[in-house]
Write a protein that binds this ligand. Structure first.
Ligand SMILES: NC(=O)c1ccc[n+]([C@@H]2O[C@H](COP(=O)([O-])OP(=O)(O)OC[C@H]3O[C@@H](n4cnc5c(N)ncnc54)[C@H](O)[C@@H]3O)[C@@H](O)[C@H]2O)c1
Ligand SMILES: [Zn+2]
Length: 380
């Protein structure tokens, strides 16, 4: 079974990837934490068999299990939900060495991780991701937190903590029930990894595109390899820059596609195939368009050639089933949204762009005309 070891000194942990690994949850948890009362936070859309696999395994290993659920919506990724869960954790009298176990997608993991980080100033958390995105991205790296409602808007991930899990258990079987569109959206982060990992896994981008059929057909071996290779890439970035302090390079490179993507993600009428019924875009879809725009900007700046731009745009478009974004507002409106992001962060408008050789770099103060042309290219 492909394990990845995340080497962060005393905060080190394993990421275990494979079909059926949830059956080992109880035994593995018991070996890692002394407490025997587990607080199991569940995504409320999970099928019964997934919940049972986790609960039965914990039970067999001698844990008392208290359950709570989360509805995976950004409005529910809130301090109110944290308050409710902390009340339940306290009510169940969890002690300092008892674990929180988050079983669900990135929302469940981010909320569950933050509950664990804050209860009694921190108790252990085990992440059991059940979406492709959370397996390859959100569950690894220790970022936890919730959104904050300010000035009438939802500010994403404004409150939180770095809190590394004791274990990540990515059971590929859980992907069987994940809606296909969610699975495809998760591929955006995989392709992102493929574009920034350099020589460590130079074939990852092409391999992913070549295996889209197997991924769609839920070939467990291919999905296991996909998740495992992506966890390796994410782990290398996290280990080099645990708390995103490196500025350029480091964790900042994981923002490839995200500055453009974050600007269009809240535009409620956009849909990946032009069908209004499929609006709004999922996060991964917005990031997919963002990577296409980044590829155009990089080509206009002379950092990659026509062929490399086309390879990225076609690959991302095919994997995520993205059509031209006809309904995109004028580029100035999108640029404004990107600028706003910049003001909020108090920094410059920093873009991550591909520079060839499956590497990316950060660019400050890119010419507004280039950014506008990159945005306009999404209508093509
Ligand atoms: N902490 C990090 O480093 C990090 C990184 C990336 C993203 N995130 C966060 O992750 C969140 C997005 O995560 P996500 O894409 O996993 O979305 P999600 O948690 O919203 O889950 C997506 C949908 O799939 C459902 N679902 C989850 N697992 C399922 C399964 N196995 N079968 C059927 N349905 C299932 C959920 O109920 C939801 O409807 C965002 O809030 C984002 O901010 C965090
Ligand atoms: Zn993302």
């Amino acid at each position: 079974m492909p394990d990845v070891h995340i080497n962060l000194g005393e905060r080190s942990y394993d990421v275990v990837v494979g079909a059926g690994v949830l059956a080992d949850l109880g035994v593995r948890a018991a070996a890692l934490v002394p407490g025997r009362h587990a607080f199991l936070i569940l995504d409320d859309k999970l099928p019964e068999e997934t919940v049972l696999a986790a609960a039965a395994s914990l039970d067999a290993a001698g844990f008392t299990v208290t359950r709570a659920t989360v509805t995976a919506l950004e409005v529910e990724k809130s301090l109110e939900t944290v308050k409710r869960l902390l009340g339940a954790v306290g009510g169940a009298r969890l002690e300092r060495r008892d674990p929180v176990i988050a079983l669900g997608g990135g929302i469940t993991g981010d909320v569950g991780g933050f509950v664990a980080a804050s209860y009694r100033r921190g108790i252990p958390v085990i992440q059991c991701p059940t979406t492709l995105l959370s397996m390859v991205d959100a569950s690894v790296g220790g970022k936890t937190g919730v959104n904050l409602e300010i000035e009438g808007g939802l500010k994403k991930n404004m409150v939180g903590a770095f809190w590394q899990p004791r274990l990540v258990l990515a059971d590929i079987n859980t992907l069987r029930s994940l809606p296909a569109r969610e699975r495809r959206a998760g591929l955006a982060e995989c392709l992102k990894h493929g574009l920034l990992c350099g020589e460590s896994d130079g074939e990852l981008f092409d391999w992913t595109i070549e295996h889209l059929g197997d991924i769609d057909a839920l070939n467990m071996e291919v999905l296991t390899e996909l998740v495992s290779r992506n966890v390796h890439v994410k782990a290398a970035v996290v280990v080099a820059d645990e708390r995103e302090e490196a500025g350029t390079g480091g964790r900042a490179l994981l923002n490839l596609g995200h500055t453009f993507g974050h600007a269009i993600e809240p535009m409620k009428s956009l849909s990946p195939d032009g069908d209004a019924k499929h609006a709004p875009l999922l996060h991964g879809e917005a990031v997919g368009y963002g990577m296409m725009a980044a590829a155009r900007a990089a080509r206009l700046l002379g950092r990659i050639d026509d062929e490399a731009e086309l390879e990225i745009r076609n690959g991302v478009g095919e994997a995520l089933e993205l059509r031209p974004l006809g309904g995109l507002p004028e580029s100035s409106v999108v640029l404004d949204a990107m600028q706003h992001d910049k003001k909020v962060s108090g920094g410059r408008l920093r873009l991550v762009l591909p520079v060839g050789g499956r590497r990316c770099a950060t660019f400050d103060d890119v010419d507004a005309g280039v950014i506008a042309a990159a945005i306009d290219s999404l209508r093509e």
